[in-house]
Design a binder for this molecule. Structure first.
Ligand code: SF4
Ligand code: SF4
Length: 236
C-alpha cells in the first residue's frame, strides 16, 4: 500500500500509473494499511513455521520479521474452527491450504505462463481457496502435468515439492510438516498435533529452557513436544 496525493492510499502492485502521480511509500496511513493487511494475512495462516518446509525462505515470514510483528491483532489460525487437510495426493506437489495467502501467483503461473489451465481461485469470502478448473477434488485427480511452476512462485509453504516438505523444519523428533495441522483443544489445553501455536508474547519466557517433554498424541503415537512455558515462539 502506498499513498498518492491524487487518490489517497492505493495498492501499488495493481493501481495504474499516471503522469504526474505523486507516490509516498513511507506515509503513515500507507504504513498502517500495510500493517493491518499483514495481520489479516497472518490471522488466516498456519503459523507453525518450525514445521514448515519454507521455514527461512518464506516471503510472509520475511515480511513479519521486517515489520516486527509480535502478535497479529486479528489472532492466529488456531482461533478458527477448522484446519483443512493437506492435499498429499500428488507424487510431486503437496498443497497445504492452511498456509495459502490467496496471492494468486500460482494461478497466474499455471494459466498465463505454463498455459496448463489447472488451477483457479474458487469460493468467496472466507471460503476462497485454490482449486482446480476440472472440478477435481485433489491434485492427483487434476490435469496437472507436474511442471512445478506454481511451486516456484508460491511465497509461502502452501505449495511445496514432495520430498522436501521437511527440508527446513527444525530437526526435532516428532516434528514434521504434516503433523503440524491440528487445532488446540481449549478444554484440555492439548493439541491434536504435537505443535501448539500461540502468540509469541504468551510464550516467550524470561529465561528460555530447552528441556523437552514426551507426551502421547491423540492417535497414540508418542511425540516429543515443547511444554507451554518452554517454547520460545513456534511461528517465527
Ligand atoms: S505443476 Fe501443475 S498446477 Fe502447478 S503450474 Fe504446473 S501444471 Fe499448473
Ligand atoms: S501461490 Fe501459494 S500462497 Fe499464493 S495463492 Fe497459490 S498456493 Fe496460495
Amino acid at each position: 500500500m502506498v499513498e498518492t496525493d491524487e487518490h489517497g492510499v492505493v495498492p501499488a502492485c495493481s493501481f495504474p500509473a499516471e503522469d504526474g502521480l505523486t507516490v509516498q511509500t513511507g506515509a503513515a496511513d500507507a504504513a498502517e494499511a500495510r500493517d493491518v493487511n499483514l495481520d489479516l494475512v497472518l490471522s488466516d495462516h498456519n503459523l507453525r513455521c518450525t514445521t514448515c518446509g519454507k521455514n527461512g525462505r518464506c516471503e510472509l515470514q520475511d515480511a513479519a520479521i521486517e515489520q516486527d510483528v509480535e502478535e497479529p491483532r486479528y489472532g492466529v489460525l488456531d482461533d478458527r474452527d477448522e484446519y483443512e487437510p493437506i492435499d498429499d495426493s500428488s507424487s510431486f506437489i503437496q498443497i497445504d491450504r492452511n498456509k495459502c495467502i490467496l496471492c494468486n501467483r500460482c494461478v497466474e503461473a499455471c494459466n498465463d505462463v505454463q498455459v496448463e489451465g489447472v488451477l483457479r481461485m474458487e469460493g468467496s469470502g472466507q471460503d476462497t481457496r485454490i482449486g482446480f478448473q476440472s472440478d477435481a477434488e485433489t491434485m492427483e485427480e487434476s490435469t496437472c502435468v507436474s511442471c512445478g511452476h506454481c511451486v516456484t512462485v508460491c511465497p509461502t509453504g502452501s505449495l511445496v515439492e514432495k520430498g522436501i516438505e521437511d527440508a527446513t523444519t527444525i530437526p526435532l523428533p516428532g516434528f514434521t510438516q504434516k503433523n503440524s495441522v491440528g487445532k488446540t483443544d481449549e478444554s484440555t489445553g492439548t493439541s491434536k498435533g504435537p505443535m501448539t501455536p500461540k502468540k509469541r508474547t504468551e510464550h516467550t519466557p524470561e529465561t528460555p529452557t530447552t528441556e523437552m517433554i514426551d507426551s502421547p498424541t491423540d492417535d497414540g503415537i508418542s511425540s516429543d513436544t515443547w511444554s507451554d512455558d518452554q517454547s520460545g515462539g513456534d511461528w517465527l
